[in-house]
Design a protein around this ligand. Structure first.
Ligand SMILES: NC(=O)c1ccc[n+]([C@@H]2O[C@H](COP(=O)([O-])OP(=O)(O)OC[C@H]3O[C@@H](n4cnc5c(N)ncnc54)[C@H](O)[C@@H]3O)[C@@H](O)[C@H]2O)c1
Length: 305
């Protein structure tokens, strides 16, 4: 099948492209390399260095004629979205709409949107949180993701099959430890540089950490499905930051120094997704527990230095 992957030079997108290529699909990566890396590009995939907000996007879609689109390209920094909500909306809402419009113009059959769980649900009453929980985004990033989910549902009706995957906290090889990246990438980078791990507050805030290849296997499963739905993808297991630090110490065989800073106001205290609906509909299960996933991620970070 011909498949377009936006954001295919990024952390999750590049693993997805590798898996699609392995399964003999033809892939076009659309990425502006703003946070993605050239070295992540699968050499068997075609590549267009173009922004999803570009007016040339429609032509790129027309030339390739994909049957399906995975949309991962995004401004993914929560802090940036709070400081510059217009920029965030330009990419995450208008850019996404530009891609959706191109998909509809060119009779693409399937659109899979990679969304977020934690940033959409905000502080929740039910843990693990199911898809029908009230959505209370605390940032323009979460709001933009939720908004585009609704555009996708409305505009695709009867024209194109669609799925939304709301991801938990993803980690694994190729995650960028710079800036406001995933905490696991930042902590591993610090451990390898013998730097202390900085924790905001008491370290009892929780997250649901899911290994990148488990996310990819879920994303691949929806390709042939005709169910139009929103699904959470996570482990359903809540881990505190302190749990994470001890798992990282185990993976690295080191004892990292921990520094507690003042808590961040507005930071979600507990976040953990229920992926029961996806497990039921697609017979999927996260195959890597935190210990296995961290061991693989540590090996990759270690080889990189
Ligand atoms: N990493 C996580 O824990 C997590 C959790 C929930 C959701 N997500 C979502 O998954 C997707 C991928 O995230 P990631 O962690 O791999 O981040 P990433 O930054 O590694 O990947 C994003 C990719 O999109 C590209 N991109 C950004 N803006 C673009 C634009 N305007 N036009 C074209 N390309 C553009 C970047 O260059 C990069 O290659 C994002 O949509 C993100 O919101 C990630």
């Amino acid at each position: 099948m011909k498949i377009l992957v936006s954001g295919g030079a990024g952390f999750i997108g590049s693993h997805l492209v590798d898996s699609l290529i392995k399964n003999n699909h033809q892939v076009l990566i659309v990425d502006d390399l703003s946070t993605g890396l050239e070295k992540n590009l699968n050499p068997s995939a075609k590549f267009e260095k173009i922004s999803i907000i570009s007016p040339d996007l429609d032509q790129a879609v027309k030339n390739f004629q994909p049957e399906a689109i995975y949309h991962l390209a995004a401004q993914k920094n929560v802090r940036t979205s709070l400081e510059n909500p217009k920029l965030d909306a330009e990419i995450n809402i208008l850019g996404s709409l530009n891609l959706l419009q191109a998909a509809l113009n060119n009779q693409v059959k399937k659109f899979i949107f990679i969304s977020t769980g934690g940033a959409i649900y905000g502080e929740t009453e039910i843990i693990p949180t199911p898809e029908n929980h009230l959505e209370q985004p605390l940032s323009p990033y979460g709001l933009a993701k939720l908004t585009f989910e609704k555009y996708l549902k409305i505009l695709s009706q009867d024209k194109m099959s669609w799925n939304v995957l709301r991801l938990a906290n993803v980690y694994g090889p190729r995650q960028d430890p710079q800036g406001e990246a995933g905490v696991i990438a930042i902590f591993l980078d610090n451990i390898l540089k013998n730097l202390p791990l900085k924790i905001n507050g008491d370290g009892l805030q929780t997250r649901d950490y899911v290994y990148v290849l488990d996310v990819v296997s879920a994303a691949v499963k929806v390709l042939d499905s005709d169910k139009n739905n929103i699904y959470n993808i996570g482990t359903g297991l809540e881990k505190t930051l302190l749990d994470l630090v001890s798992a990282l110490n185990q993976a690295s065989q080191k004892k990292a120094e921990v520094i507690h800073r003042t808590a961040v106001i507005g930071e979600v205290r507990r976040s953990c997704l229920s992926a029961e609906a996806f497990q039921r509909d697609f017979a999927w299960q996260a195959e890597h527990d935190l210990e296995q996933g961290l061991a693989l991620t540590y090996q990759w970070f270690q080889a990189r230095v």
